[in-house]
Design a protein around this ligand. Structure first.
Ligand code: ADP
Ligand code: MG
Length: 226
């Protein structure tokens, strides 16, 4: 059997808040299999974003292991973690986080060039993805000229541009109206499934969670089936 897209176990994370220590994750564990879409739910402040940052190798846990597509993220030095993040992971956030001074196409070209692609190849892949998200005619527009839904579609294309194994999406439609939210999520799920990608999606939206393969919930720092 192939390795899980994501396997986390024994993860403990505390934050210092003034004089106090706040335990956010306490022996948290979860597995996402290749191709699986998993929702992560829990009330505001329950630790969803903290867990996504740890899974995304953006933050180190106090203890615990993180394996991404068979690679042990917790054992690597910072440079190797960055390389693994660029090749194996795609990120989508609540806000699009596109670079404001660059066009939609350039926002998709840059991450490929940082990962080692040539400009010509990167441009052709960027235009192919913009077509897949229905924004070919917006390729030369800067983010400020895009609607919220369009900007989020570019952000989804950017997350897929380096052909990751795992998509990490933290409230990906949290900033959109319900109708746009449904359409953007359908697009995200359709493209990810076509690419055989696994996804962990933190969401407040139980309708979205119901459309995924499985739902996990964070309660008192633990992750359990919902
Ligand atoms: P969620 O995404 O489920 O809303 P978060 O993971 O953002 O939850 O936050 C979980 C808890 O950890 C919250 O109480 C938050 O205030 C706290 N927290 C998150 N990041 C930090 C930080 N860098 N320093 C201190 N406390 C933090
Ligand atoms: Mg959050």
């Amino acid at each position: 059997m192939s390795e899980p897209a994501l396997h986390i176990d024994g993860v403990h994370k505390e934050f210092r808040q003034g004089e106090n220590r706040l335990t956010v994750l306490d022996d948290a564990a979860l597995t996402v299999q290749p191709g699986e879409f998993v929702a992560l739910v829990g009330p505001s402040g329950s630790g969803k974003s903290t867990l996504m940052h740890i899974a995304g190798l953006l933050e180190r846990p106090d203890t615990g292991r993180i394996r991404i597509a068979g690679a042990d993220g917790s054992q690597l030095n910072d440079g190797a973690r960055t390389r693994l993040r660029r090749t194996a992971l795609g990120f989508v956030y609540q806000h699009h986080h596109l670079l404001p001074e660059f066009s939609a196409a350039e926002n998709l070209i840059l991450p490929q060039m940082i990962a080692g692609s040539g400009r010509r190849e990167a441009r052709s892949r960027a235009l192919e993805l913009l077509e897949q998200v229905g924004l070919s005619e917006r390729a030369d527009h800067r983010p400020a000229r895009l609607s919220g839904g369009e900007a989020q579609r570019v952000a989804i294309a950017r997350a897929l541009v380096n052909r990751p194994d795992l998509l990490l999406a933290d409230e990906p439609t949290g900033n959109l109206d319900p109708h746009t939210s449904d359409r953007v999520f359908d697009l995200l799920q359709g493209l990810a499934r076509d690419a055989g990608l696994a996804a962990l999606v933190a969401t407040h939206n139980f309708d979205l969670a119901a459309r995924m393969d499985r739902t996990l919930r964070i309660v008192d720092g633990h992750v359990s089936p919902a």
